[in-house]
Ligand binder design. Structure first.
Ligand code: 8YV
Length: 312
């Protein structure tokens, strides 16, 4: 009898990876169950591994008395209650490393799209406005200052790309890194004061909740741009809308939102804002690599080998 795994959802997990998982394990597909609680009650005692997409709150974990591994798809694990997992010695894995390039590429795309007005420019051509007048001048990247909030793997991939554009790199982290010579700020607020572009690539969760608020956005200022590819929770979305409306913040490129897929409608009409439907890691190659890492972690667990990417 194959081992039973419970999988919570398949919004992002590539079907090839699910197929591979199903060659070795019996996957209980929670998202397809007409009565999810009934399925959980039926299989819970047999479940030692849960595969999720960044989601496993404490009350969910508590339903599985023999749970030993939460293999999460995605680098962010703010939706997994780590404290609850630790208390029961349940291991948690995520999928770091394999999505850095895709997310960093999108970050640069957002920055250029906002600073050069590319989405508006596209409409300008399609609507025939170019026949009447040239597009207004937009702003330059070279020589400008970027502040990266969270210089982890993704932040570093973003920094490398920004350097190619001649942008100066500043960063704010919990700790200063010894392996880079970018300018370090121990205070987010002081960094915001000094930069043209504030780029959010930090973790989500309680410790960063709404830390980018009106005070920070006003420091980035009317000519500044906020780019968020981390989690919507990091930004006070009400303050963001207000600052953009009032012209206190120049523009924004956003891939993540507080209550996805719901996005504040006030943003829809703003030409200085570029919106994306949380697609940072959404390339075929990246999603297959992420899914494969989940599969490899599950295999390692059953083979009693060290997990590949345990969350510290
Ligand atoms: C995915 C992400 O959209 O990795 C993350 O933390 O936000 C994205 O790559 C999703 O979480 C994949 O499960």
């Amino acid at each position: 009898m194959p081992e039973q795994i419970l999988m919570t959802s398949q919004a992002f997990f590539h079907s090839e990876c699910l197929a591979e998982l199903e060659t070795r394990y019996e996957v209980q597909r929670l998202w397809e169950a007409s009565d999810q609680e009934a399925l959980i009650s039926e299989v819970a005692p047999q479940i030692r591994v849960v595969v999720t997409e960044g989601w496993a709150p404490a009350d969910f974990q508590a339903k599985f008395p023999n749970l030993e591994l939460i293999a999460s798809h995605g680098v962010g694990y703010d939706g997994v209650d780590l404290g609850a997992a630790q208390a029961r010695k349940i291991a948690v894995t995520n999928t770091p490393g394999v999505l850095d390039d895709a997310v960093a590429d999108l970050t640069i795309g957002l920055l250029i799209a906002v600073t050069r007005g590319m989405v508006v420019g596209d409409q300008y051509v399609r609507n025939g406005e170019w026949l009447k007048a040239n597009f207004p001048l937009m702003s330059h990247l070279r020589g400008r200052q970027a502040g990266i909030l969270g210089l982890g793997r993704i932040g570093l991939a973003i920094a490398q790309r920004l350097q190619a554009f001649g942008i100066e790199i500043n960063y704010h982290n919990r700790r200063e890194r010894s392996d880079v010579d970018y300018r370090y700020f121990s205070s987010l607020s002081m960094m915001a004061q000094d930069v043209d572009f504030l780029i959010l690539s930090c973790v989500g969760g309680e410790e960063t909740k709404k830390i980018v608020n009106r005070a920070i956005m006003e420091k980035i200022g009317p000519n500044g741009v906020l780019i968020n590819i981390s989690r919507g929770s990091v930004v006070d979305e009400g303050d963001l809308v207000a600052c953009l409306e009032e012209g206190k913040l120049g523009g924004a490129g956003l891939d993540v939102f507080t209550t996805e897929p719901h996005v504040p409608e006030a943003l829809f009409k703003m030409p200085q804002v570029v919106l994306q439907p949380h697609i940072g890691s959404a390339t075929l190659q990246t999603r297959i690599a992420m899914g494969q890492l989940v599969v490899d972690n599950v295999d390692a667990y059953y083979a009693k080998k060290p997990l590949l990417t345990p969350v510290a």
